[in-house]
Design a protein around this ligand. Structure first.
Ligand code: PAF
Length: 282
């Protein structure tokens, strides 16, 4: 496995692949590597001559200082986990100074309104921060393909929009959510939840799965009501929002329209940890 902390070192290593026109896969992460990240890396290893995994806790996408401070930083463990998947992976783990050169601010983007919905409304500026760092990484690595998990489905749609609007020569690959056998979506934040809390967190997937079944026959209003009542009867979780949205526009749906794909999006808190999940309803 190769570990680089500076842009110069990384670019020098990648130059051979660029010259030989070999495909490069990029898996951007903020570390705390889990099984979900590994599924992105596995796909990249299958599809590219070189796989780069970036590990960088990006300060500009956090609008809450406490959330940034508490974000798990487990580089040594992450490296061991990645190495046990493949010795061929290139890990890029830069400092904040290396990525932002003393100007740790996000650029402002227009993602055609995708950034206004759900996570964008709850976390102002979040997607400017994501767009800023992902664009920097694309310009640095010049990947052929970049892999993003569907767990952050809104982020995935926004990255596709970033690539379209900025004319970036990279294919964005969305990878399905990796779930534990009980349905819990893999997340770096799960590391902050007690084992009892994790057992209870399968509730999120169960509610989404039941909502999906209801969605086939009932109105959107009824499905929304069902989800809200499930959370009212469960004192373990605080529901932040549940929305059924159009997959393309991410706007909340009020009625089902022929030819549109819909997804249920859910955010809830347990033990002070904010968990997000989503499920295709089509
Ligand atoms: O999904 C994440 O972990 C982050 O938002 C990303 C894409 C690595 C950008 O910092």
């Amino acid at each position: 496995m190769f570990l680089f902390q500076t842009k110069v070192e990384l670019q020098a290593y990648l130059a051979t692949f660029h010259t030989a026109k070999q495909s490069i896969g990029l898996v951007p992460t903020m570390g705390a590597i889990h099984r979900g990240h590994l599924s992105l890396m596995e796909q990249s290893l299958q599809e590219n001559g070189c796989t780069v995994v970036s590990i960088f806790v990006n300060p500009t996408q956090f609008n809450n200082a406490e959330d940034l401070a508490k974000y798990p930083r487990t580089l040594a463990l992450d490296i061991d986990i990645i190495r046990s998947l493949s010795e061929q992976i290139v890990v890029f783990s830069p400092s904040v100074e290396e990525m932002y050169a003393g100007n740790t601010v996000a650029r402002s983007f227009d993602f055609d309104g995708l950034e206004m919905e759900m996570e964008g409304a709850q976390r102002p500026g979040h997607f400017d921060g994501v767009g800023t760092i992902v664009k920097k990484l694309f310009e640095l690595v010049e990947p052929t393909k970049a892999y993003f998990g569907e767990k952050d489905f809104q982020q995935l749609q926004i990255i596709k929009k970033l690539v379209e609007k900025e004319h970036l020569p990279v294919s964005i690959i969305g990878v399905p959510i990796f779930r534990a056998v009980d349905g819990l979506a893999m997340s770096s934040r799960n590391a902050r939840i007690s084992s009892e809390g994790l057992e209870k967190s399968t509730f999120l997937y169960q509610v989404l799965a039941q909502a999906k079944v209801l969605f086939q026959t009932e109105s959107i209003e009824k499905v929304n009501h069902f989800v809200e009542s499930q959370f009212k009867n469960n004192s373990t979780f605080d529901l932040e929002y549940f929305t059924i949205a159009d997959e393309q526009t991410l706007k909340p749906a009020t009625a089902k329209e022929e030819g549109h794909a819909y997804r249920g999006f859910l955010v809830a808190h347990i033990e002070g940890v904010r968990l997000i999940d989503n499920l295709s309803f089509n």
